[in-house]
Design a protein around this ligand. Structure first.
Ligand code: ZN
Length: 102
């Protein structure tokens, strides 16, 4: 899962599970650091950029947490939207029924 994470190819559900695990598992977060250093270190060598890889790695994980939060918020908003549409439809039907009864 770590290589998929580094390639940004995890979907939101897997990403969340991955981040939750990384936060609580020293072995995997250590493994992530190593793989990140190798992956980013190589691309850094080829571009000639020199920057703090450990900081870059912390930033990446933080950014992923942020992405998940945004995703969850959008998901919640969408669900609220669906509920509102259903309620409005029901209200419209009830309204039409009342008018019909008169
Ligand atoms: Zn683990």
């Amino acid at each position: 899962m770590i290589p998929a994470y580094l390639e940004d190819s995890l979907d939101a559900k897997d990403l969340q599970a991955f981040l939750d695990h990384i936060d609580n598992c020293d072995d995997c977060s250590e493994e992530l650091s190593i793989q990140f250093l190798i992956t980013e270190g190589l691309s850094t060598l080829s571009t000639g950029d020199s920057y703090d890889l450990q900081t870059a790695m912390t930033d990446k994980v933080r950014e992923s947490h942020h992405d998940i939060e945004v995703h969850n918020r959008l998901f919640l908003l969408r669900n609220i939207g669906v509920v509102l549409v259903v309620l409005m439809t029901v209200a419209a039907f009830i309204g039409a029924y009342m008018v019909f009864l008169k």
